[in-house]
Ligand binder design. Sequence first.
Ligand SMILES: *Cc1c(COP(=O)(O)O)cnc(C)c1O
Length: 309
Amino acid sequence: MCVPGGQAAIALIYFAFTGSDAHVLLPESAYGPNGELANHLLARFGVKTELYDPLIGGGITKLIRTNTRLIWCESPCSVTMEVQDVPAITAAARHAGVTTALDNTYAAGVLLDAFAHGADDVTMQALTKYVGGHSDLLLGSVTVRDEAHYRALADAHSLLGMSVSPDDCSFALRGLQTLAVRLRQLEENTLAVAGWLREQPEIGAVLHPAFPDCPGHDTWARDFTGSASVFSFVFEPSIQPDAIVRLFDELALFPVGYSWGGVTSLAMPYFNLQRRYHFHNGKVVRFNIGKEKAEDLIADLERGFVALQ
Ligand SMILES: *Cc1c(COP(=O)(O)O)cnc(C)c1O
């Protein structure tokens, strides 16, 4: 079913499957507003959210309680890009009778065939990103494969008034017509830029699922058919925030922006990203790579990295 955005899809899933005293497990690096919704608004209705190590795999079993109602997966996770062992997590959830939901936005529903690779119950996407594809659409989708999950979602969908306009849906349908070619071109450009960054001495790690530095890289290689246009890189500790600001000021082809998946490149800095698992106090930049010429993007970065020094 279609909903007004990716965040609306997340909200719909919470409303359909949780309630007072429900315990929810959420990967630590899930899309930020997912956790904020749970902790700020749903907490008022008695939903209790616990963050887990995104790479926990089957170890999730020991976190499942009698009142656990929903386990979220997002793969790769946001910003720190941990690729999750979705089949292992859903197997544990299935055994315990807990509903799982996968945020499959990164894969555009294409690079990870979710129901064939372990997703059991519910998957969602921000169609805002790759399906819209041109940074001018807000839309989300929720997908299920059995009647009971459909019923629970459909009831909440109509009661919450989550209907969408046919005009917005027509943009999503148009986006689908070029999705495959866009994803191919974006993957190629992104691998070129990420590969260049990997060679730079100022960079500690490139968190791109196709590179071994990325936590969960082997899982990506097992389950995904390709990589997308969003990834992050971590600066060496000696690089100071003011130097990163100089770099950003120098870049002509990387405006600062959050909502990725369109045709233009974007950058977003995190000067002190705190994560409990796998990652500590890093200066991180997330890039979205667009369909500009890869050589032009790299030439822009070369100028920027001179300013960084
Ligand atoms: C952008 C995003 C969302 C939210 O989508 P909107 O359409 O902007 O509400 C949800 N999940 C992930 C992983 C996202 O990147």
